[in-house]
Design a protein around this ligand. Sequence first.
Ligand code: ARG
Ligand code: ZN
Length: 858
Amino acid sequence: PVIRREDYKPFPWLIPEIALDFDLGLSATRVVSKLTVVRNARADASPTIRLNGDGLQLQSVKVDGQPVTDWSMDGDDLMLPLSGEAHEVEIATEIDPSSNSQLMGLYASGGMLCTQCEAEGFRRITFFPDRPDVLSTYTVRMTGSKAAFPVLLSNGNKVAEGGGENGTHWAEWHDPWPKPSYLFALVAGDLVANHDSFTTMSGRDVELAIYVREGDLDRTGHAMRSLIKSMRWDEETFGREYDLDVFNIVAVSDFNMGAMENKGLNVFNTKYVLADPDTATDADFDGVEGVIAHEYFHNWSGNRITCRDWFQLSLKEGFTVLRDQLFSQDMQGEAVKRIEDVRILRSVQFPEDSGPLAHPIRPDSFREISNFYTSTIYNKGAEVIRMMRTMCGPEAFRKATDLYFERHDGEAATCEDFITAMEDGAGLDLTQFRLWYSQAGTPKVDVALSHSGDTATLTLKQNTPATPDQPGKKPMPIPLKIALFDRDSGTHSGEQLVIFSHAEQSFEFGGFASKPVLSINRGFSAPVTIERDIEGGELVFLAAKDDDSFARYEAMQDLVVRHLTAASGGGLDDADRESGREAIATAFGAILRDEALDDSMRGELVMLPSQTYLAEQQLIADPSRIHEEREGLKAWLGKRFEDELVQLHGRTSAIAFDLGQEARGARKVKTQALVYLAAGNPELASEMAATQYDAADNMTDRQGALMALTGLRTAARTDRLIDFHRRYADNELVVDKWFALQASSLHPSAIEHVKALADHPDFNIRNPNRVRSLYMAFAGNPHAFHVESGEGYRIIADLILKLDPINPQTAARFVPSLGRWRRVEPGRAALMRGELERIAEAKSLSRDTFEQVSRSLG
Ligand code: ARG
Ligand code: ZN
C-alpha cells in the first residue's frame, strides 16, 4: 500500500510508559512488554488499539492483568479492543535474533546481540505503535548468560544490576527522556570499552564509553576524541548541552547503514568507529569524525525534537547533516570540506534528482520508508537549510535555531515547524522558499553577463525540469553569492548576495568601465546547476585567481566538463580537442606551480570531474565514450606534466607522516600524481607506486599506491594485492578495501575480477560492508559496470535477486544503478531495463526492492 503525507492522523492512544523485559538468547529471546495506554484527547477515539508487528511469535496478551483472547490480527498488526480511558497492556513475544538477516530489530552479530529500530524495526521486537509521534518513557530490564553477554546496555542510565541463576545476570536501564520506539536500543555482548568523560557547560559530568570487540580497543582513540570535540562544539556553536549521565557508543560489524542515534546508546558500523594510521586512510578518519558528530548532534536535532511522521525525515536528517558539515568545516578547514560536500551532492544527489527516483526533501508518498534514506533527504536537505542560513547570516540563524529548540523541545515536529521557527527567529519571509520542500528536481540557472557604458547587467533564468508526479514547477528563491572581477587587477570590490526568485530576472551593477569577469554561486550558495555564458579564457582566469576556493575549483571543473562533454558527445575534431586540452593544461600547470596553494586544495583543484557527474551533463550519455575521453585527457595531462608530477611526488614523499593538515595534503596530491602518471606512463608509475606501497607507514599511502597499481597490468600489481591481503587478513575493514579496490579498478578485466571475488572465501553476502565493498564499488566503476554486453547489469540484477530475501534494505540500494537507463544510450538502456524487468518478474520481492524497481521502470 502507498502511504501518503496528507493522510496523517494522530494516534488515538498515548503510551506514556513502557517497561520491557528481555530474556536474552541468540536463537530465542523472550520479550515481555508492559504498556501504559491512555486515550489521546487530541485524536479521534477508537475502540481498538493497533499495535504494529513484523515476524513476531505472540505468546500472550493481558489487559489490566487479565489474559484476553478478543484480539485479532490485521496482517502483521495486533488489533486489541480497549474499552476504557486507560489500561495496562502486557504482551509476551518470542523472537529469533540469529535468523534475523535483515539486520532490523534485534539481531545477532558476531556472537553479540544488538538492535536497529529506525525506521520500523521496533515492531520486529514487540507489538507497539511503531511510529515516531508516540513518545514513551522506557524502562528496560534484561537477563542473559553472564559468559556470553557480560555487557548489558540500553538507553539512558543503568539503575540496577545483579546476578541470577544458572550463570545469568541482569541489568535494568531507565531513560528519563520520552522517545519514539525508533530510538530504542539494546546491546548485549562480550565487549571492552574505551572510557573517558566530559564536563558539560553547566558543569555536569558525563561518562563516555566506546564499546568494541577485544582486539579493536586500540583503534578507538580517534572516535573518542571526535566525540569530545563534537560535544564541546555543539555547546559553543548551537548552545546544545548533553542531557544524560552516560553516553555510550557500540561498534557492530553487521550494519545496514553508517550509524544510529539511539538515545544515549549510539550503535555504529565499525567502519565509523575504528581508525588508526596503519589501517585507516585520512578519508576514513574524516568519516569517523563526521559520523560520530552526526549521531551525537541528533541528540538535539532528532531525539529531543523528533519527527511527527516519516515524511518529515529531513527535519532531523537535513538539519543534522548541515550541523555535521559545519562541525567538520571548523575542524578541518572550510574550503576543502565544502568542495567535498558539493562533490558528493553532485555525484549522488543530482543524479537521483534527475532520475526516476526523484522526490522532494519532504516526500508526499512512499511504500517503504527505508527507501527514503536518500541523498536527497540528507544532502539536499542540508543544502536547503544552508540556504536559509546564507540568506539570514550565521547570527540570525543561531537565534532561529535557539527558538526552534526551545519551542519544540520534547515534541514530534514537522518541517513546517522548522520553517516557521526560521521565519520567527531570523526574520526571514520563507513563503516562496517553502517550494524547496515540495518540489523535486535540481533547478537549472542560465547566467549571462552583459556590459554597456559603465554598467554590468546580470541576467538570470531558472527552470526546474519535470520529475515523476511533478510535471510543472514554479520558480524558487535562489540565493547566489557573486563577485565581479576586474580583468586587469584580478580583484573585485566585494562579494554580494543576489536572491533570484523569478523565472527571469536582471540585476545591474554600476562602476565598471570594462566588462568584468563574473564569479557566481560562490561557496556553492545554492544547490543548482549553473549554465554560464562565459569564455574559456575567463574560466582559466577564475581557475587561477578566484579568491573563493569553491569558485576557483568550479572554474577548473567547468573547463574540464565543457571539454569532455563536447569531446564525448562527438563534437570535437582533433584540432579542437587539442586546443581544449591546451586550455586545461594552462590552468592545470598554474595549479601545480602555485606555491601559495596548500596541497589539500591543490588536490581538489586537479581532480577530474567524476564520470557520473559528466554523464549527468548529457541528456543521453554513452558511458564508454565518456570513459575514453576522460582517461584520454588524464593520460595526456600525465604525459604533458610528467616531470612536474614526478617532482610533486618526490617533494610530498619527503614529508613525514602525521595527522596534521600539511602532511595530509601531501598524501593527497602524492597519490593523485601517481594516478595521472599511471595514465600517462604506466611503467614509470608502476615502479613509483610499488615503491610508495613498500615504503608506506600509513594506510593512505599504501591504499593510494595500491589503487594506482590495480589499474595496471604489471607484476607489481599482483604482488602487492597478494601482500595487502596477507598483511591485513584479520582486519575485516581493510579486507573490505581489498575487495573495493579491485572492483573499482581501471583494469580492463575488472569485471572478471569481480566475478572471481564473489567466490572468494572472504566474500559474505550476509555482511553489508562486504557486499557494498564488492558490488557498490563495481556498480560505480563505469568501464566495468557498463561493458557493452550488459554483463555488468546482469551481475547487479543477480545480486539484487539473491540478496533480496536475505537483506531487502541493502538489496534495494542497488536498484538505482540500473534505474538510470533512460539517460544511457539506447543499446545499453534496453539491457538495463531488461534486467529491471527480470527483477520485477521475480516471485515475492520485498516491499523495498519492489518499490524501487517499479519506480525505476516508471
Ligand atoms: N538515523 C540514522 C542516521 O542518519 C540512519 C538510520 C537509518 N537506518 C535505516 N535502517 N534506514 O544517522
Ligand atoms: Zn542522521
